[in-house]
Design a protein around this ligand. Structure first.
Ligand SMILES: NC(=O)c1ccc[n+]([C@@H]2O[C@H](COP(=O)([O-])OP(=O)(O)OC[C@H]3O[C@@H](n4cnc5c(N)ncnc54)[C@H](O)[C@@H]3O)[C@@H](O)[C@H]2O)c1
Length: 317
């Protein structure tokens, strides 16, 4: 790999996640070639990103050391995959969450790039051994699963294929750190990775508590936003326990471990999200926030504004 190749990253798919990844990589000074198989889509995405980056600069939230104009100059749009891949050392795939589509994209990409190019997927729910099953050299493949939107939420799970080389995990870890993300490594693949497994546990118990009539939809959300979530933005569940007993985690378990196990044993089965009575949970949510475009957009805008504020707070601490 020549040094001139070291600065080009290809992002495949210019939807929500592809755009955000492109902005993250450009903020780190990388040239980003954005490709989409819908003609004109990648170019439209860059027009949108230009608007967003200018606004971010105005409010002092543009990431990286370069100006919006300098970062925009690093972005290019492509309707031709071969052209988009030329010179890249790293490929971040962000196409639809469909196994067959992803498998075919990577088969095609492998045909067009050298052996040492790292192939990375943004998939949320598909394990690397499935996503890369049509790739011949799987030692350079991994999943880099972001949290939406990666521009504001920096965590990225790095999940290896069983054949992925340690050096590929290390290079991707360094790249993600360099562009300001916060990577975590999984040692092996598992369904749901870690973010979605923890999230599923929270969803399941929240759903059961509402469906069993213990608490309202509004109040279970407050349990998180005004309770647990207040500290989880800064310290995780392990450190929370470590700090909550005079002598740390071991002491916490001596004091509270049995209680935690008793509660865990009382958890119900996996909720049936599609049953007739599940509709009442959905209805209760829709009474709070109607599910029309106007209300949902307003709440999404609020969420993104608050996330931006939180990102600023985390940056300063
Ligand atoms: N949205 C999220 O919250 C989120 C979070 C983490 C990870 N992800 C993952 O990121 C990936 C992308 O999700 P998204 O929300 O950006 O989807 P999206 O629907 O917004 O965008 C997908 C883009 O891929 C393009 N595309 C589809 N097939 C293609 C192909 N064969 N070649 C090139 N481009 C193609 C589409 O035209 C579209 O622009 C998915 O795997 C998803 O699971 C999404």
């Amino acid at each position: 790999m020549s040094s001139s190749n070291m600065k080009i990253i290809t992002v495949i798919g210019s939807g929500l996640i592809g755009r955000s990844w492109a902005m993250v990589f450009a903020s780190g000074g990388y040239s980003v070639k954005l490709y989409d198989n819908q003609p004109g889509q990648a170019a439209n995405a860059i027009t949108e990103m230009k608007k967003q980056m200018t606004e971010l600069q105005e409010v002092g939230m543009l990431r990286g050391h370069l100006s919006a104009t300098q970062q925009l100059a690093l972005l290019s749009s492509h309707d031709d995959l071969q052209q988009a891949l030329r010179g890249a050392f790293f490929v971040q795939e962000c196409v639809f969450e469909n196994l067959e589509v992803k498998q075919n994209v990577f088969r095609e990409v492998e045909r067009l790039v050298g052996e040492d190019v790292i192939l990375s997927s943004s998939t949320s729910c598909l394990v690397p051994s499935a996503v890369f099953s049509l790739v011949r050299n799987r030692s350079r493949c991994l999943v880099s699963h972001p949290v939406n939107p990666p521009y504001y939420v920096k965590l990225v799970e790095l999940v290896p294929h069983p054949e992925t080389l340690a050096a590929i995990m290390d290079s991707t870890y360094s790249l993600m750190t360099e562009v300001g993300q916060v990577p975590v490594r999984l040692r092996k693949e598992i369904d749901g990775f870690t973010i979605n497994r923890v999230q599923a546990a929270i969803i399941a118990e929240s759903w059961r508590l509402v469906q069993d009539g213990i608490i309202s939809v509004q109040d279970i959300d407050l349990v998180m936003s005004e309770g647990l979530g207040m500290r989880y933005a800064f310290i995780g569940p392990m450190e929370t326990m470590h700090l909550n007993a005079p002598e740390g985690l071991g002491d916490y378990m001596k004091r509270y471990g049995e209680g935690v196990q008793r509660v865990l044993r009382s958890f119900g089965p996996v909720p049936d999200f599609f049953a007739e009575d599940a509709k009442s949970v959905v209805n209760e949510m829709c009474e709070l926030i109607p599910n029309d475009e106007q209300h949902l957009s307003a709440r999404r805008e609020r969420r993104d504004r608050l996330l931006m504020g939180l990102a600023r707070l985390k940056k300063d601490n």
